[in-house]
Design a protein around this ligand. Structure first.
Ligand code: FMN
Length: 314
């Protein structure tokens, strides 16, 4: 019997066998999950965020678990783009699924250098900009400052040829005059092909015995089931107010551990769904979610998952 095409999809023209994607920083550099899961059954893998220079990341402890997810302050530990290209990129051809290159930086020049290096890797057709990083010049996160965000996306987009560009936003815009829809619009107007929603929620845990923060960095990012409904709302807003009419794909990331969570994201307007913390709880979560989603699409009477994107009835 030929494989089911119920879950086949595409992101800005890049075909995926299914919409389930392993999120940046939660699946190793590229293929380390192959020990525990058949990667050919995953729609795509996002690399760890790569910066221009190598970064050791924050001191330990930099991960802790909460009652409904996890808190991390890894601090973008990564080998840097030169070592990524020399040591990791040669493995890309043997990864049996699509690869998305995640990049981060603290200056526009660094992002551009990383984006160009990612584009030169055969097999990486899509770059995801992690814009939850402070700009050295202003101290503000790129993703929270529409002027810096527009400059960044426009510089990266004009440095690329055919590579598609997704911009991954933070869920928190409180304290800025901008809504998530404003920021998504800025990113698309500046040359982005899609939006990833979202990165982690800034958060903190305290050890009540030592009275010290649990993470060495004091502040970390919350991910996992606790943030899922927050991100469902953001996907719904961006889809309804921007992406639907402009035909912009959204990748959703936030607390997916069950197929129902992924289905909710699809109904809210996501074309693909990333799984991060869920793989820490169960490294086979992505495979289980894919299986459940396939059955759901069939039960909904649809021949392809794309028919259900944004189909929430409000
Ligand atoms: C341990 C850990 C490391 C992460 N590293 C990155 C990273 O390098 N770049 C990035 O854009 N997001 C990173 N994230 C955020 C995830 O990609 C994802 O956006 C977020 O965790 C929400 O999804 P989830 O609830 O499914 O984990 C990381 C998350 C975790 C838990």
């Amino acid at each position: 019997m030929p494989p089911s095409t119920r879950l086949t999809t595409s992101l800005a023209g890049i075909p995926l066998s299914n919409p389930i994607v392993l999120a940046a920083g939660t699946a190793g550099l590229i293929d380390e999950m192959s020990d525990v899961a058949d990667l050919s059954r995953i729609g795509a893998i996002v690399t760890k965020s790569i910066t221009k220079e190598p970064r050791p990341g924050n001191p330990y402890p930099r991960i802790t678990f909460t009652r409904a997810g996890m808190l991390n302050a890894i601090g973008l530990a990564n080998p840097g783009i030169d070592d990524f290209v020399a040591d990791i990129a040669p493995r890309v051809a043997s990864v049996p699924t699509a690869l998305i290159g995640s990049i981060a930086g603290d200056s526009i020049e660094d992002y551009v250098a990383c984006a160009k290096a990612m584009e030169a890797v055969e097999g990486i057709g899509l770059v995801e900009l992690n814009v939850s990083c402070p700009n050295v010049h202003s101290g503000l996160e790129f993703g929270a400052d529409p002027v810096a965000l527009a400059e960044l996306v426009s510089a990266v987009s004009s440095s690329l040829n055919d590579t598609k560009l997704f911009i991954k936003l933070s869920p928190i815009t409180v304290g800025t005059p901008n809504t998530i829809v404003d920021l998504a619009r800025v990113a698309i107007d500046a040359g982005g092909h899609g939006i990833t929603l979202t990165n982690t929620v800034p958060a903190m845990g305290i050890d009540v015995h030592t009275k010290k923060p649990i993470l060495s960095n004091t502040i970390g990012g919350l991910s996992g089931p606790a943030i899922h409904p927050i991100v469902v709302r953001l996907v719904h807003l961006v889809y309804a107010q921007l992406a639907k009419d402009a035909n912009i794909p959204i990748m959703a990331a936030g607390g997916v551990t069950r197929w129902q969570d992924a289905a909710e994201f699809i109904l809210a307007g996501a074309s693909a769904i990333q799984i991060g913390a869920g793989s820490f709880a169960d490294p086979r979560a992505a495979l289980k979610v894919t299986k459940g989603l396939d059955k759901w699409v069939s039960r909904m009477g649809s021949t392809n998952v794309s028919e259900l994107v944004g189909a929430v009835i409000v």
